[in-house]
Design a binder for this molecule. Structure first.
Ligand code: MN
Length: 410
């Protein structure tokens, strides 16, 4: 059945009735942060709309983050989505709902979730191979464990920021292979990583595991994520414990969280070849369809010039496998935990999701529309990530964009 909203949106609007992403906003006349849902170029003030329409469960939407709603679990998410679809499609609700719709440009968007733990994975075989060739030219491109487990590291949740937040170029130690000693100063190889981020809704108890097939009960939604990375700091510090200050200074996410339920039409099989190793049972789906990829098309723009179009369907590990792996040792997850997919890179040069790969470690500059060249980011550069996915009946699901500008070091 095709749902049609009384808002009469164009069928191909990226924020149509089949999308309904959640965010947190405030307005000039009411600075209290509260949950909204985007429909078209409007934001529905959810807790007020729910109060007006007599939807008692909507009280969780008066919170300043999505966390109380996410913590209610997958049946509450489904009920909320069904209620929203009903009130936005049934014209009988129009008069009660319409007065709680605000123009997008009249609201300020905030970080949508109170981020719990933040983990970043490394799930693209093309990205991992490229980084291996660049950082470890004398070793195999893919680490020996790479196709047996989704590799990840713990990031810094407190520096996850909402799209539109600018940040200062990080400073730190760096030492090139030929340098006699490390030096301190602003990073000279500042980079991006185009990723998707997955938001954990329902948490677990210590000792509990989430199977691949149970992941849908815990995974609420998806954001577009930029894992800003200082390659020079990273290269010097990361042996043997992994990324630290080269990553922890800032991670940007989109303001809108797209529910997994909106991406049902975007599910695709994972890319596997005959000679790929069989993974251990805990990383497989007993039901057969739990470990899926997503057909999300990503676009990376620098100062308005599109420099790359990565395809999320190229990712080797699925979000469900990453969540299963995260909890297989009994580590619990909490509402608001966030995990990044890792840089999304494909085989072709124009599908690479970082400047490290696009410029091949600074040796192949990229030319922008204004004629200037980039190997890594310069002060004042604005990077914008966008992503779209197929929805039902030819609809388009446009994930929230993720943008940020690099300010000079201080
Ligand atoms: Mn990353």
């Amino acid at each position: 059945m095709t749902a049609t909203s009384w808002l009469d949106l164009p069928a191909d609007h990226p924020f149509g009735i089949h999308h309904l992403p959640y965010g947190v906003f405030s307005t000039a006349d009411d600075p209290h942060r509260r949950v909204g849902v985007r429909i078209g170029d409007l934001v529905l003030d959810l807790s007020r709309a729910a109060a007006s329409a007599g939807y008692a469960a909507g009280s969780a939407w008066s919170a300043p983050s999505l966390n109380p709603f996410l913590g209610q679990g997958s049946s509450a998410w489904a009920a909320g989505r069904a209620w929203l679809t009903e009130v936005l499609c049934d014209a009988a609700y129009r008069s009660v709902i319409e007065r709680h719709l605000l123009p997008l440009d009249a609201v300020t968007l905030h970080l949508p979730i109170e981020v719990g733990d933040y983990v970043d994975y490394y799930a693209s075989a093309h990205h991992a191979s490229n980084v291996g060739k660049i950082f470890r030219p004398d070793s195999p491109a893919l680490p020996v464990n790479w196709k047996h487990l989704p590799i990840g590291y713990h990031g810094r949740s407190g520096t996850v920021v909402v799209t539109g937040t600018d940040y200062h170029r990080p400073c730190g130690q760096r030492k090139g292979p030929q340098d006699p000693a490390p030096v301190y100063g602003p990073s000279v190889r500042l980079d991006i990583e185009a990723e998707l981020g997955f938001v954990v809704g329902a948490g677990t108890e210590l000792g509990e595991r989430i199977s691949v097939d149970e992941a849908a009960e815990h995974l609420f939604g998806v954001v577009v994520l930029n894992d800003w990375s200082a390659r020079d700091l990273q290269a010097w510090e990361y042996v043997p414990l992994g990324p630290y200050l080269g990553k922890s200074f800032c991670t940007s996410i989109s303001a809108w969280v797209t529910p997994m339920a909106a991406l049902a039409e975007a599910k695709v099989a994972l890319p596997r070849q005959a000679d790929d190793p069989q993974v251990l049972d805990y990383l497989t789906s007993a039901a057969g369809d739990g470990a899926f990829g997503l057909d999300v098309h990503v676009e990376v723009a620098v100062n308005g010039t599109v420099v790359s179009r990565p395809e999320y369907r190229d990712m080797y590990w699925s979000p469900a496998q990453m969540l299963a792996h995260m909890t297989v040792n009994g580590a619990s997850v909490r509402t608001g935990d966030l995990f990044g997919s890792g840089t999304i890179s494909g085989e072709e040069k124009d599908t690479r999701g970082s400047f490290l790969e696009l410029s091949w470690s600074g040796t192949e500059p990229i030319t922008l529309a204004d004629g200037s060249q980039r190997t890594f980011l310069e002060d004042g550069d604005t990077v914008t990530l966008r992503a779209v996915a197929p929805g039902p009946h030819g609809a388009v699901i446009g994930l929230g964009e993720c943008t940020g500008t690099v300010l000079a070091a201080r």
